[in-house]
Design a protein around this ligand. Structure first.
Ligand code: SF4
Length: 268
């Protein structure tokens, strides 16, 4: 399926479904009204620079080049500098600035580099675009899988890279909808063999850490996600955008002013 064609039409993705569930009003501001963000959070741009660095690391690995730690730290520096120079309205969290995050990013990548296990997997694809339909839903689900690898037995390993302020709990791992959707995508695209799912989490604690979390999903897990996706789409089609003003997203919400105005409007 051609991802560019799918992206031109209405579609859903793991992040859009999560956004709607976390706060329907924020979803509306960003994805329906297309309002400009009031600022770009440093955490988002920093995570994106780490992500681009890892993508380059695996691109090189795929063609037989193993980058050194200074190489990947230099890549991060390049991407982080680009973000800091180019992104308008970049807002730093309390106690952070460009130099602090540059140093923290390099340390985080060091933790990754020194602890990522070499499982001997073959790299199949990086940032692989996927798109598929589920029964009874007229919009496609689209996404980009960070990393697809394969082991000697033919098992596919799907990895999603995350940066997080804390280690993941068992619940965080089992509830992650993104990897469930990626598994569904691989099956929809005709993969019939074993699939392993992995969250590679770079943890931004004082002492940076890296944890790879393996997980798997059953057909029942997939059915639950399908049910949620369908409910979300029904809500969107019916213009139901409920503000969740107790959401973790309120702190640092990029549509705070719009949200305040919304609550000042008279209810009808
Ligand atoms: S401030 Fe909270 S309730 Fe308002 S849009 Fe943002 S996340 Fe939603």
């Amino acid at each position: 399926m051609n991802i560019d064609e799918l992206l031109k039409k209405p579609h859903l993705s793991a992040s859009s479904v999560s956004d709607y569930i976390d706060c329907g009003l924020q979803y509306k501001f960003g994805r329906v009204d297309n309002l400009p963000r009031e600022f770009s959070p440093d955490t988002m741009e920093y995570g994106s620079a780490i992500h681009r660095t890892l993508a380059d690391f695996y691109q090189e690995k795929m063609v037989g080049n193993t980058l050194s730690l200074p190489d990947i730290q230099a890549l991060f520096e390049k991407y982080w500098k680009q973000a800091a120079q180019v992104i308008p309205y970049l807002r730093y969290s309390t106690g952070k600035n460009f130099a602090i995050l540059l140093s923290e990013g390099k340390e985080l990548l060091k933790a990754y580099y020194e602890n990522v296990p070499d499982e001997g997997f073959t790299t199949i694809a990086i940032e692989e675009p996927v798109g598929f339909y589920i029964n009874g839903l007229d919009v496609p689900i689209v996404g980009y899988i960070d990393l697809i690898e394969q082991d000697d037995a033919g098992t596919i390993i799907i990895t999603d890279w995350k940066t997080s302020g804390k280690a993941y709990s068992l619940k965080d791992i089992s509830a992650n909808m993104q990897v469930t959707i990626y598994q569904m995508a691989m099956k929809a695209m005709g993969h019939t063999g074993e699939i392993l799912l992995k969250l590679d989490v770079l943890i931004k604690t004082k002492q940076p850490k890296f944890e790879p979390y393996y997980t798997s999903r059953t057909e029942e897990d997939e059915r639950r996600v399908i049910k949620k996706i369908k409910a979300v789409w029904k809500g969107i089609q019916n213009n139901i955008f409920i503000p969740n003003d107790t959401s973790w997203k309120c702190y640092g919400c990029v549509y705070k002013t719009y949200c305040n105005s919304y609550f000042l409007e008279e209810a009808i």
